[in-house]
Design a protein around this ligand. Sequence first.
Ligand code: FES
Length: 170
Amino acid sequence: MEAATTKCRCGLEAELEKVLAAHEGKKEDLIEVLYWVQKNYGYVPKEVQVVISEKMKVPLSTVYDVITFYHLFSLKPKGKYEISVCNGTACHLRGAPFILKSFEKELGIKPQDTTGDNMFSLGLIRCLGACAVAPNISINSEPHGRMEPELVTKIVKALKEKSKLADCIE
Ligand code: FES
């Protein structure tokens, strides 16, 4: 269930050059290129945004707008625990916004952000396909149904303890 915090960048620059060469000047391919970066880097670093902007002839502000518009992309490396709150209709109607607020308060971050200690990332996801047990969250892609805002503090505490324990064993 542990997520890699920052992926190794070995050879990634050369790979990125190849991807950009294949999409050079094709503004319509921006999301495809950003998806590749997110998947391989784990986020979209500022310096990569600049290179994409130059090579694809897209204003840097547009690159930034696209990254911040889609929940799929992030500006910072993901935390050890990626917590995502389902933003689908069933979950929304059954209180997902209150769960999100509780995580925001508990972690001190907003969606698409990571805590300063790189322990937690917060995000929103579309329907997990488990509407019957809405509202749902996922922690490192593992779904958890019938969530309640009151459980948020316990979950965060449990994950911190789990992480401490893992550090002791290593
Ligand atoms: S809307 Fe959240 S699981 Fe379907």
